[in-house]
Design a protein around this ligand. Structure first.
Ligand SMILES: Cc1cc2nc3c(=O)[nH]c(=O)nc-3n(C[C@H](O)[C@H](O)[C@H](O)COP(=O)(O)OP(=O)(O)OC[C@H]3O[C@@H](n4cnc5c(N)ncnc54)[C@H](O)[C@@H]3O)c2cc1C
Ligand code: SF4
Length: 562
């Protein structure tokens, strides 16, 4: 789409923040507290209605900002349970070897709580609206920003579907993964599946008493469990289970390129976790899935933009690729908060020196000085991946691990207590190569060598994909599809049939399907698209040849849990 230019008088604010997730909320709260006239635009019908997380929100001791510091009362009103115990389970068939990694999780952690995004984001939005209204701005929902307003090629504001263009001295793109603003500014692209993860999850209804009894915890305690090994057909990634007040979040996060390479049906991989015997102890016999959801997640090691600004525009959070996978522990919300607050502070400082246009450079410098960039793109990973992420090294590591010597070493390492410590080490986690070895082979061999058979009968029956879609709420923008297939050949777009979390081979009710058409007397396999059941995860923007944008404000899927 042609970016409109500034030819008329437009409404002007000192700052416009796009997106009311943790990054946008932190930026807006900080701007407003410093007296900056700020308007926040959120496309969801309600803040959080478009958002999905695992999710544990961390407050790191080393971080300059935490969300409860910026929005007091956050833990009391917006979160579920604190994480008091953290485990990782290595799985091979029915054999499981578990390590307690609570100590590793507590390193550099002031606190970490489980959250559901609809509840969390709507609470933050109320506080942010109160704060920004005092500056002459406010928070508007149901407004989708659809482009950058330019004057002589310089970014001077944003354009919206539902409002007239808005000019601003400072523009915060906190519009999450698949940020259309980051793309329009040329700061991020959606080309490489290697730079992304895909998360798929189920929110499972469970009374608080049952959670306490089944996990052996009190109301003010919570557990986190991670899963890896051979239950995912070789796809690189892992699973999670987090306890909320009266529900569980259970899901998987996989490298997107691996999903594509293995042609994995991602909803089936979720079912593989849900129906594993290990989960029987927690799920019991009644399974009531409240919500199915999915979203892309950037891998900061590859995607974080080291210079996330252009003119008046800055990127914060997922929009700038600032989502850290510290081995199995996922930290995106906390970095979005830090980045949002740092960006806001950079603008306040720049403005006080009479040079608001230098805010972007200051923000970049602060990300560096506060150690955020070093967490997002650790040097250790750059070195380790250069040495370890190639076929020869991977093949060697796989064969060595699977040899009698390798298996004996795994047993010896466990006897010496090294395996548990290795899993709990953020240092080692940040060097983990992005290969099958740490995600699939090592956990499988650990479970085979050291695991105990779990014989529990898991009798639950997860809903079918059709039932999952049927339970979601949509406000479909009839006749106005937000994704258009540019190339319907199987070679260009076929990967979406399996990778799309609401599509599957042979399933007629999803977004993508493969079909045979007659062309010049020949039969041809092509891909077709129906955006009605789309959960806006962003996957097909990367794995298929599409013209991809978010639906208009308030339209599309509405998550009640997130
Ligand atoms: C399955 C899964 C598990 C995860 N687990 C964890 C975890 O345990 N811990 C953790 O910290 N992180 C986790 N993450 C990552 C985390 O959710 C993100 O890193 C985090 O939400 C990023 O915050 P943000 O503010 O940058 O973006 P978002 O939270 O995505 O917010 C962006 C906002 O912008 C709005 N928006 C987008 N486009 C527009 C537009 N054009 N106009 C107006 N508004 C717009 C959206 O509606 C949304 O409200 C997980 C993610 C997934 C998918
Ligand atoms: S159509 Fe694309 S964006 Fe929508 S759910 Fe499927 S893969 Fe995700």
């Amino acid at each position: 789409m042609e970016a409109p230019t500034m030819t008329d008088e437009h409404e002007h604010y000192e700052a416009v923040v796009v997106g009311a997730g943790p990054g946008g909320a932190a930026a807006a709260a900080t701007l407003a507290r410093n007296g900056v006239e700020t308007v926040v635009l959120e496309r969801g019908v309600d803040a959080g209605s478009k958002n999905v997380t695992g999710g544990l929100i961390y407050a790191e001791e080393s971080a300059p900002y935490t969300i409860d510091g910026l929005l007091p009362g956050f833990r009391e009103h917006a979160t579920e349970r604190p994480v008091t115990d953290y485990y990782i389970h290595n799985i091979a068939g029915e054999k499981v070897k578990t390590f307690d990694i609570t100590q590793g999780h507590e390193r550099d952690t002031e606190w970490a709580d489980a959250v559901l995004r609809r509840k969390m984001d709507s609470w933050m939005a109320e506080r942010v609206h109160e704060l920004t209204r005092e500056t002459g701005g406010g928070l508007l929902t149901g407004v989708k920003v659809n482009g950058l307003l330019r004057d002589n090629n310089e970014i001077v504001g944003v354009t919206c579907e539902e409002l007239d263009p808005i000019e601003a001295d400072f523009i915060v793109a906190a519009d999450g993964v698949n940020s259309e603003l980051a793309r329009a500014a040329g700061l991020m692209d959606w080309e490489e599946p290697e730079e992304w993860f895909q998360g798929v999850k189920a929110v499972v209804d469970m009374p608080g008493d049952a959670i306490n009894e089944r996990f052996g915890i009190d109301d003010d305690e919570g557990e986190a469990h991670l899963f890896s090994g051979d239950l995912y057909d070789g796809v690189r990634g892992g699973g999670f289970l987090y306890t909320n007040e009266s529900s569980l979040c259970i899901g998987n996060v996989f490298h997107l390129d691996s999903i594509v390479a293995e042609e994995a049906e991602v909803q089936e991989l979720l079912d593989a976790l849900l129906t594993h015997p290990l989960l029987a102890q927690w799920l019991g016999e009644e399974y009531d899935e409240r919500e199915y959801s999915a979203k892309l997640v950037p891998d900061s090691k590859k995607a974080a933009n080291p210079s996330p600004h252009e003119g008046r525009l800055v990127l914060v959070g997922d929009a700038g690729g600032q989502m850290q996978a510290q081995g199995p522990i996922i930290k995106g919300m906390n970095h979005a908060v830090t980045a949002g607050a740092l960006a806001a502070e950079a603008f306040v400082e720049a403005r006080s020196r009479g040079k608001p246009s230098t805010a972007g450079e200051r923000y970049e410098q602060r990300l560096h000085d506060e150690g955020v960039m070093a967490k997002l793109r650790p040097m250790r990973y750059e070195v380790a991946s250069a040495a370890g992420e190639n076929d020869i090294t991977t093949d060697l590591a796989e064969r060595l691990l699977d040899s009698p010597l390798g298996r004996a070493s795994v047993r010896a390492a466990d006897t010496a207590g090294l395996l548990g410590r290795a899993y709990g080490s953020p240092y080692l986690a940040s060097m983990m190569p992005d290969t099958k070895t740490p995600y699939v082979t090592l956990p499988t061999i650990i479970a085979e060598e050291l695991g105990t058979r779990v014989a529990d009968d898991n009798t639950i029956e997860p809903p079918s994909l059709g039932e999952r879609i049927g339970e979601l709420t949509y406000d479909t923008d009839v006749g106005n599809p937000h994704i258009v297939l540019e190339d319907d050949s199987v070679a260009a777009s076929g990967a979406a049939v399996t990778a799309c979390p609401v599509s599957a081979e042979g399933f007629g009710g999803g977004c993508y399907r493969e079909e045979t058409v007659q062309s010049n007397g020949d039969e041809e396999r092509v891909v077709s698209l129906d955006t009605q059941p789309c959960v806006e995860c962003g996957t097909c923007a990367v794995v298929a040849d599409t013209q991809w944008e978010h639906p208009r404000g308030g339209k599309g899927v509405e998550f009640r849990e997130g």
